[in-house]
Design a protein around this ligand. Sequence first.
Ligand code: 2AM
Ligand code: CA
Ligand code: CA
Ligand code: CA
Length: 266
Amino acid sequence: MDTMWNEIDQYMQHWIREAGERIRDTFQTKLTIETKSNPSDLVTNVDREIEQFFIERIRETFPTHHILGEEGFGDELRALDGIVWIIDPIDGTMNFIHQQRNFAISVGVFADGVGMLGYIYDVVHDELYYAHKGKGAFMNDTPLPKLKETTISEAVISLNATWVTENKRIDPSVLAPLVKRVRGTRSYGSAALEMAYVASGKLDAYITMRLSPWDFAAGLVIVHEVGGIVTNLYGEPLNLLEKSSVFVSKPRLHQEILTEYIMKER
Ligand code: 2AM
Ligand code: CA
Ligand code: CA
Ligand code: CA
């Protein structure tokens, strides 16, 4: 069993860096940009090409595996039985288009719903965050240490301004007092990178109200491996087949934010 995961990992280490190279090569080309569910929900030809790049290789190498991909070239999944790859070819497409940075390739591999491998590749910085369940998490060749606790007043948390202004998912008064108390807030616009930053200690927590499984699948595996907690906003486990709010942090900080801010008014 172990050798199978090592084999998958070896392929993936190559594929993801090759995909990153392909993305970097597109910086000199003209993108085709389209909108999906709303004017700020963007997709480019590169998102589609990179998803197809992974799917072709996975299907050829591991024909029995199932694939869930954001851009729809994978399978229609109704269950998580067997081995399932969950792929976001470019997480942070808006950043990819506007900034040519602050985006990542994000891929998680699950066995009967259990996260086994997670990869988040910051293509521009050539930084690959990855984890193998039970074998540790890394950034390139450097092991990521277990997370160290932080107090709320010393915490740097990632939170989009959307969630503390009028919006349709959360009363702005729930998180605004938390924003006041923490040392600082950040928002990078790539859920995968934000989870990689929690896993590598650059952020102490990440809170967002609406993500899809491909946004958090890889991050879930990597954050778990360093002892972090990944739940929905209300502390419940995430469902890998459904959209959800996401709250990622260190165990004690997660509990404190949950009881002192999120569950207080409930
Ligand atoms: P994406 O770039 O792969 O779509 C910030 O927008 C973060 O939320 C990104 O990780 C983005 O992933 C994700 N996201 C999820 N649903 C989105 C939507 N409908 N529009 C824009 N971003 C979305
Ligand atoms: Ca998208
Ligand atoms: Ca995404
Ligand atoms: Ca995407």
